[in-house]
Write a protein that binds this ligand. Structure first.
Ligand code: ADP
Length: 546
């Protein structure tokens, strides 16, 4: 027997319909590339997304076409997403921090038919457009007054394009499994691979991210997603915020500490989200200016491990609750969020702090297990660690054009490439990316644990740990530090600070000081670059072993 409920496809435009009907006057505030702060409402977002949807045919854009976007977090970028997705086209976000060759590869692989870009990125696309034969039109997301003199093919002004569009456009009723978004993983090994989201996966993912034990979004919140829309869907805030009717604050191109602080304060932001490097800049700014942070209630930190020292700084100094989160492009991206659950009252403060530092637990719709290399599941005891595998309606089942072939195990689980523990309460803790874990004497050392400990040293601004070849132990850890301005601790000072806080055999064999730690396009420490830089490094312990 079939259920007798309505067939109501989970389409992303339903989120906009809801927001404009029930939260129509809630504001979206954007810092624009042109300079000024722009304000409008969900009603406006809805109308202008429809205006765009009604005119894209003029550009030859139709159902199933992949359309590139390279833009900051702002109102026009949201209109482009909703407008394209609503007609069955696929918004393909490009990260401007990628190298030109990676951009060429990705755009050609995806076969982007048209391309929407912010003014900032005109030079990037001008330089590579000759290698991008599939793109017929470049739409510059600005008004006539700001249109640049550009060689971009069929350069079109966004505001002129949508000016005659229909704000009452009727969305077509698509199948909920229709593709709507695409994002390539940075591919630290091999070529980047395209992850293709569907309307259904995006709506389900947004719903589960709103839950009280996840991000707990409310219409009374003012949300600032600092995490870019070109990095794993801005962690769903473009869908989840309108779903809940929260005010949105979009930071545009400026993500330094002072600019972020200005918006947090003037717009009374209650919730924000980004990778740890952004918060490092904000915390430094706050330290320097002694400014308060009275409105910010919670901050979601993920994308790479959030050092416990950062959680402490937010919570103790500013009363801001940190939600440590983990996820990946292939998971839309949220996989776990660290909030306390019911039934933990018996735990001591120290035990709760141990949980707080973890990456968290999955919301409904994410299944998770850890396995050994033989594929057998490992115990959920907080000690055993193994390959972290996931399954769910917003987890990829294949890459675009089937790159990489079969990516699921026989039970339909996707191997995340991360190594983690799962504890008895369901909390997951990342030990490392499997390729970054340091293999010493047949045992594993977590680079993340060592980095977290090193940055707790008052003079260390940022730290990275990589494995260096060692004749006796296979690999030994090298700690690489960037120091805070005006400090000059010795290697021995740092090692002494770490002594007693970790197993003796985990202790780095050496400490190197550098001016800047290289980061990837998604804000992670680039271990690949560091391994390259330190490939001939000889540890002081090597001679002793020989
Ligand atoms: P990329 O394209 O750079 O792989 P993703 O954002 O998809 O971009 O990266 C996902 C990976 O980032 C995860 O597999 C994990 O290794 C790492 N990661 C994300 N969040 C965390 C976290 N909170 N702690 C540790 N690692 C994290």
């Amino acid at each position: 027997m079939e259920g007798l409920m309505q067939d109501w496809p989970l389409l992303v435009h339903t989120v906009l319909d809801h927001a404009s009907t029930y939260h129509g006057d809630r504001e979206i505030v954007s810092r624009t590339v042109e300079g000024p702060i722009h304000r409008y409402t969900y009603k406006d977002l809805n109308a202008r997304s429809k205006q765009l949807a009604s005119v894209v045919e003029k550009l030859g854009i139709k159902h199933g076409d992949v359309i590139g976007t390279m833009a900051w977090n702002g109102y026009r970028h949201m209109e482009v997403w909703y407008g394209l997705m609503g007609v069955g086209a696929i918004a393909h976000t490009l990260n401007p921090r990628l190298f030109a060759e990676q951009l060429d590869y990705i755009i050609n692989h995806a076969e982007d038919k048209a391309f929407f870009l912010d003014l900032t990125f005109v030079p990037i696309l001008e330089a590579i457009q000759d290698k991008l034969p599939t793109i017929e039109t470049f739409v510059i997301m600005t008004d006539e007054d700001h249109m640049p003199d550009t060689s971009l093919r069929n350069a079109t002004c966004y505001e002129t394009l949508i000016a005659d569009g229909d704000p009452e456009f009727a969305w077509p009723r698509l199948d909920e499994n229709t593709a709507c978004g695409m994002c390539y993983t940075s591919g630290t090994t091999g070529n980047p691979k395209g992850v293709v989201y569907s309307h259904r996966s995006n709506v389900l993912h947004a719903l589960s991210s709103c839950a009280g034990d996840a991000v707990a979004l409310k219409s009374t919140d003012a949300i600032m997603p600092v995490v870019p829309m070109f990095h794993a869907n801005a962690w769903s805030f473009v869908y989840s915020s309108p779903m809940c009717g929260a005010k949105m604050v979009m930071p545009g191109p400026l993500m330094d500490g002072a600019s972020i602080y200005e918006l947090l304060e003037t717009e009374k932001v209650t919730l924000t989200a980004a990778v740890p490097t952004i918060w490092l800049m904000l915390l430094q700014h706050l330290e320097e200016t002694k400014a308060p942070l009275p409105h910010l209630e919670r901050v979601v930190i993920g994308g790479s491990a959030c050092p416990p020292a950062m959680i402490e700084a937010f919570e103790k100094n500013y009363g801001t609750d940190v939600i440590h989160a983990w996820g990946m492009t292939e998971m839309s991206p949220l996989g776990t969020l660290c909030t306390f659950k019911g039934g933990l009252d018996h735990l001591s403060e120290d035990e709760l702090w141990e949980i707080k530092k973890k990456q968290g637990r999955p919301p409904y719709s994410v299944e998770m297990k850890i396995t050994g290399d033989d594929g057998n599941e490992l115990p959920r005891d907080g000690v055993a660690f193994g390959n972290l595998k996931v399954r769910g309606p917003a987890v990829a089942r294949a890459y675009f054009k089937n790159e990489g072939g079969e990516i699921l195990d026989e039970d339909g689980f996707f191997d995340t490439g991360d190594v983690s523990t799962l504890d008895e309460y369901g909390y997951m803790n990342i030990t490392d990316r499997s390729k970054d874990v340091i293999k010493s004497g047949g045992e594993w050392i977590s680079s993340i644990d060592l980095e977290n400990l090193a940055v707790a040293h008052p003079d260390v601004a940022e730290a990275a740990v990589i494995g260096i070849a060692h004749p006796k132990w296979d690999e030994r850890p090298l700690l690489i530090c960037v120091l805070k301005e005006g400090t000059s601790p010795s290697k021995e000072d740092i090692i002494e600070f770490m002594t007693g806080k970790i197993a003796k055999w985990w202790m780095p064999d050496d400490v190197a000081f550098i001016d800047e730690i290289p980061h990837t396009a998604t804000g992670k420490i680039s271990k690949l670059t560091l391994r390259e830089t330190f490939k001939d490094y000889e540890l002081p312990t090597v001679q002793a072993a020989e």
